[in-house]
Design a protein around this ligand. Structure first.
Ligand SMILES: [Zn+2]
Length: 129
């Protein structure tokens, strides 16, 4: 059976790749995790930017939403464009919206925070031009 954190992370890594970011997990020292969870370092384009965790026993889709939220927070806190701007990830699919989409764990989708009828499954994200 696949590691639950790897499984939860796979769709998130696909959405990062769709935006030109290469992501991987590197298993962290178990002492860094909370009991009953699995914790790993997020490597983005080869650099370690922070910890992500999945709670063992949670449903796979839920875990993907939780991991997507953690990865989004790490990117907004740590990743800057070449001109020093916060990288908005994943940018809303509605033309003209400049905000990031919100990960909903209960349905494992990205949604527009101002129009929840606009959504896409985590793992199927493609940026608009
Ligand atoms: Zn929007």
């Amino acid at each position: 059976m696949d590691d639950p954190l790897d499984e939860a992370f796979r769709p998130v890594a696909k959405d990062l790749a769709a935006c030109g970011m290469s992501a991987a997990l590197s298993l962290a020292d178990p002492s860094l995790g909370v009991s009953g969870s699995r914790t790993a370092w997020l490597l983005l384009n080869g650099a370690r930017i922070g910890l992500v965790a999945a709670v063992l026993g949670d449903a796979a889709g839920w875990q993907t939403g939780v991991v997507a939220n953690q990865v989004q927070d790490l990117i907004h806190d740590n990743v800057r464009s070449p001109d020093g701007q916060v990288v908005t990830w994943p940018r809303c699919l509605i033309t003209g919206h400049r905000h990031p989409m919100t990960a909903l764990a209960e349905s494992s989708v990205w949604v527009c925070p101002s129009d929840e009828t606009v959504s896409i499954a985590i793992g199927d994200y493609q940026p608009i031009n």
